[in-house]
Design a protein around this ligand. Structure first.
Ligand code: ARG
Length: 470
C-alpha cells in the first residue's frame, strides 16, 4: 500500500464543508467524527483519482468542461497523487472522506476548474466506482497468489506420486492413497476458488460512473467512454442499482470465505501432520514458534493462524450481508461501513495465501512415517473384499468375511498380510494363495487407476493436466 500520510487534526485544519449551503449551524463535533471515513477510505485514493480523470475527460468530451479546465484538473490530480504517495498530503477528517479531501485540495491547487469536476457526478457513483476499481485490482492480485500456490502444490505433488499414506474418513485410516493425490485434492479446491474469483470479477468490473446520486445525470456524458478508459467491461444498466447495491463486494467476500475455509481445512491437516504423534511433515523453523515455558515445543503457529483468520474472513462476509439487508433503494450512508470488512477480507486472504504458499514450498514430508501409519490400520481391507467380489462372492458377504479377518488380525496384533493362508481358507474357500498380492499398500493404490483415482499413473495424469491448465 502507498503511504497514506497523516490525517492531521480536524479542529486545526477545519475547512469549509462542501455541502454546507443550506446549513446555518456547523456540524456537531462528535457527528463530524462519527460520519468521517477518511481514515479508512483514503486507501482508495488512486482509484478516486483515476475515476476523476476519466470523469473529467468525459465532461470535456461532452463540451461541459473546457479543455483548459480538464488539463488543469488532470495536472492537479497528478500532483495530489504524488503528494499522497510521498506522504506529504494532509488528510482532514473534517472533509469526511477520500473524495472530498482530494477535491478540496484540487480546488486549492487549480481554483474554479476543481470546483467544476463534480458536475454530473455524486459521491454515490464516485465511491461505487472507486470500490469496484480497487476490488478489481485486489482480485487480480489474489488470482496471482492462488496461481502461485497451485504451482507449488503441483510441484510438491509431482515428487510424491509414489509416496503412500493412509487416506482417512472420520479421521481414521480408511484406504491407502498417495501423498500426491492428497495434495492434488488441495489443488482442485484452489482451482475452483480461482474459477469463482474470475467469475466474480466479471460482475465487479462494471462502471457505475454517470449514475450520479441515483437517477443519472442531465449532462450528455458518454458513459461507455469513461468506462472503457477505466478498463470496465460494461456500464451499469440501472442507476439506482449501481449506486446502492454492494452485492459485488459481498460476492467477493463469499468467494474469499470459501477460499479461506479451504486453507483452514488444509491447515487443520498440517497441525495434525506436524504433531509428534503423527510426524508426517516437518515445517522449517522459520514457520514455527516456540513456547515461553516448554523448551521442547515447536508449534505450528502459522497454520493455526491461517485456520484462525478464516474466522475473520467469514465474519466480514456476514457483516456485509447484514449491512445490506435492510437498505431500501437507493444509496444509504450505511454503505460507508462496507470498506473495513472488504479491505480486511482482501488483506487477510492475501496474507493467508502467501503463508500457505510458503508452507507448501518449505514443508518436508516423511514418506517412511506416512507409510508406517498406513500399514498399521488395515487400510487394504477393502482391497481384500474387492478380491473376493472378483472371485464371485457378493460384496455384502465379502464385507462380512473381511470383517472377520480384521478381527482375527487385530486379536493377534498383526497386519492382514500376516494372516496365514490356512486361516484365510477357513474364512472363505474363495480365497486363493494369490490373495497376498492385493494386500500391499502399493498394490492397493496402483489398483485405483482411473480418472480421479489415487494410482500413481492416474495422479501423474492429473498433474500433467494441471500443469497444462496453469
Ligand atoms: N463516504 C461515503 C461512502 O463511503 C460516500 C459518500 C456518500 N455520501 C452521501 N452523503 N451521499 O459510501
Amino acid at each position: 500500500m502507498a503511504n497514506d500520510g497523516d490525517t492531521g487534526n480536524s479542529e486545526e485544519n477545519a475547512k469549509p464543508s462542501m455541502w454546507g449551503g443550506r446549513f446555518s449551524a456547523p456540524t456537531d463535533e462528535f457527528v463530524a467524527r462519527f460520519t468521517a471515513s477518511v481514515d479508512v477510505d483514503r486507501r482508495l485514493y488512486l482509484y478516486d483519482i483515476r475515476g476523476s480523470i476519466a470523469h473529467a475527460n468525459a465532461l470535456a468530451a461532452a463540451g461541459v468542461l473546457s479543455p483548459a479546465d480538464r488539463d488543469a484538473i488532470v495536472d492537479g490530480l497528478c500532483t495530489i497523487r504524488t503528494a499522497i504517495e510521498g506522504g506529504e498530503f494532509v488528510w482532514d477528517p473534517a472533509l469526511e472522506d477520500v473524495h472530498m479531501n482530494i477535491e478540496a485540495r484540487l480546488t486549492e491547487l487549480v481554483g474554479d476548474a476543481g470546483k467544476r469536476l463534480h458536475t454530473g457526478r455524486s459521491r454515490n457513483d464516485q465511491v461505487a466506482t472507486d470500490v469496484r476499481l480497487w476490488l478489481r485490482d485486489r482480485i487480480d492480485e489474489i488470482d496471482g497468489r492462488l496461481t502461485d500456490l497451485m504451482r507449488c502444490l503441483v510441484d510438491l505433488a509431482s515428487r510424491h506420486t509414489e509416496t503412500v499414506m493412509a487416506g482417512l474418513t472420520h479421521l481414521q485410516t480408511a484406504q491407502p492413497v498417495t501423498f500426491a493425490h492428497h495434495l492434488m485434492a488441495w489443488y482442485e479446491m484452489a482451482s475452483r476458488d480461482r474459477e469463482r474469483l474470475r467469475d466474480c470479477r466479471g460482475r465487479v468490473n462494471v462502471s457505475p460512473l454517470g449514475s450520479a446520486a441515483l437517477a443519472g445525470t442531465t449532462f450528455p456524458i458518454d458513459r461507455a467512454a469513461s468506462a472503457s478508459e477505466l478498463g470496465f467491461d460494461a456500464v451499469s444498466a440501472n442507476s439506482l442499482d449501481a449506486v446502492s447495491d454492494r452485492d459485488f463486494a459481498i460476492e467477493f467476500c463469499a468467494v474469499a470465505s470459501l477460499a479461506a475455509v479451504h486453507l483452514s481445512r488444509w491447515c487443520e491437516e498440517l497441525v495434525l501432520w506436524t504433531s509428534p504423534q503423527w510426524a508426517f511433515v516437518t515445517l522449517p523453523d522459520a514457520y514455527c514458534t516456540g513456547s515461553s515455558i516448554m523448551p521442547q515445543k515447536k508449534n505450528p503457529d502459522v497454520p493455526e493462524l491461517i485456520r484462525g483468520k478464516s474466522g475473520r474472513v467469514i465474519g466480514n462476509l456476514n457483516a456485509l450481508l447484514v449491512l445490506m439487508k435492510g437498505q431500501p433503494l437507493a444509496y444509504n450512508r450505511d454503505n460507508q461501513e462496507d470498506k473495513s470488512p472488504l479491505f480486511d477480507t482482501a488483506d487477510t486472504l492475501c496474507d493467508c495465501l502467501d503463508a500457505m504458499t510458503g508452507i507448501v514450498s518449505a514443508m518436508v514430508p516423511d514418506p517412511v512415517a506416512m507409510r508406517a501409519a498406513a500399514d498399521a490400520g488395515f487400510a487394504v481391507a477393502t482391497d481384500l473384499a474387492d478380491y473376493l467380489v472378483r472371485r464371485g462372492v457378493p460384496f455384502r458377504d465379502a464385507h462380512e468375511i473381511v470383517g472377520k479377518a480384521v478381527a482375527l488380525a487385530a486379536e493377534r496384533g498383526i497386519a492382514l498380510d500376516a494372516i496365514p493362508y490356512e486361516d484365510y481358507r477357513t474364512l472363505s474357500a474363495a480365497i486363493g494363495d494369490d490373495v497376498y498380492e492385493v494386500l500391499t499398500l502399493d498394490g492397493a493404490v496402483a489398483a485405483r487407476d482411473h480418472a480421479g483415482g489415487t494410482a500413481p499413473t492416474a495422479v501423474r495424469d492429473a498433474i500433467e493436466a494441471a500443469r497444462r491448465r496453469l
